[in-house]
Design a protein around this ligand. Structure first.
Ligand code: ZN
Length: 122
C-alpha cells in the first residue's frame, strides 16, 4: 500500500444513534443510521443471547424497506409490534417490550418521534 495514497473508504460514514434496551433475550443494542436528510436509513441489532439471527434478519429487511422511496415506516412499526415472544413475556425481570421485534418498533418510533415517550408501551 502506498502511504501517500489516500485510503479509499468502502463504507460511507453516517450519523447514527444506538439504543440499549432489555428484552427476554438480554441486552439488546439497536443502532439506527440516518440519511443526509435525517430520515432513518438503516438499522442494526445486536443481542448476545436469544434470537440474534431473527432480529438481524428483520433488521436487514427493515433497512431494505427504509432505503426504498416509499419508506412506509408506520407500517413497519405496526407489523413489528404484532410479534410477541415467550422469552419476554415470561421473563421475571423488567423488559422493554413484549418481544425483541416489539422493542425494535418502539425504538424506531422514538427515533422518528423523540417527543413521544414510550415508558409503558404495552
Ligand atoms: Zn429476542
Amino acid at each position: 500500500m502506498n502511504p501517500k495514497q489516500p485510503i479509499k473508504m468502502t463504507i460511507e460514514s453516517r450519523k447514527s444513534i444506538c439504543y440499549k434496551r432489555m428484552s427476554g433475550c438480554g441486552n439488546l443494542y439497536i443502532t439506527i443510521g440516518e440519511d443526509e436528510s435525517g430520515a432513518p436509513y438503516e438499522i442494526f441489532v445486536q443481542n448476545a443471547n436469544g434470537c440474534t439471527s431473527m432480529t438481524n434478519t428483520f433488521a436487514r429487511y427493515i433497512s431494505n424497506d427504509l432505503k426504498e422511496q416509499t419508506r412506509d415506516l408506520p407500517k413497519i412499526i405496526k407489523n413489528l409490534r404484532k410479534v410477541p415472544c415467550a422469552a419476554c413475556i415470561k421473563k421475571n425481570s423488567p423488559v422493554d417490550g413484549k418481544s425483541c421485534c416489539h422493542i425494535m418498533a418502539d425504538v424506531l418510533e422514538r427515533y422518528v418521534k423523540p417527543e413521544k415517550m414510550l415508558d409503558s408501551p404495552f
